[in-house]
Design a protein around this ligand. Structure first.
Ligand SMILES: [Zn+2]
Length: 169
């Protein structure tokens, strides 16, 4: 299994993950979310669910960060977590926050590749750099989720995503 790190929201917008993987002959991968916006994350989340690929999510804001792992068919996805919400405007980030979250994501990748430990399935790890604390909250799968629940078939796209699959400008 290989790890595919997806970065740079603008560069990924409109990219067809399935085609990109097929062109490279990649079949057995896990995906690391290093994106910077929710609309693109929703596209990545759906693509990973459709392809059955594990997704290691990470996000940062200011001194804070969070991480969660999505395994299709086992626990909640990013749409269950965020419910289609999205941020507007610039998000300030202290440079150390991506470093902290990136280390958590790298650890999740190693655990999935080796089969060791317990991945962050249904558990959102919260990192508060100001208080220098970590805690986790339980995340439940949403039965009506637009991506992994009853709402997945024929549902309208999440906010910020047009019918074509590309996020709004
Ligand atoms: Zn879901």
């Amino acid at each position: 299994m290989d790890a595919l790190i997806v970065t740079g929201g603008a560069g990924f917008i409109g990219c067809n993950l399935v085609d990109a993987l097929n062109k490279r002959g990649i079949e057995d991968v896990l995906v690391v979310d290093a994106l910077d916006n929710l609309p693109t994350r929703y596209i990545l989340n759906k693509a990973c669910l459709d392809m059955g690929l594990p997704l290691v999510h990470g996000a940062v804001h200011g001194f804070q960060g969070q991480a969660m792992t999505v395994i299709p068919g086992h626990g909640p996805c990013l749409m269950c977590l965020y419910g289609g919400s999205e941020h507007t405007g610039l998000i300030p980030v202290l440079g150390t926050a991506p470093g902290m979250v990136g280390c958590v994501q790298a650890t999740e990748v190693i655990k999935i590749l080796t089969g060791l430990g317990d991945p962050l399935l249904g558990r959102l790890l919260l990192i508060d750099g100001l208080a220098m604390r970590m805690e986790e909250i339980k995340v439940k799968r949403d039965a009506s989720c637009l991506h992994c629940g009853k709402g997945a078939d024929g549902a309208a796209p999440p906010p910020g995503v047009r019918e074509s699959g590309s996020p709004d400008a």
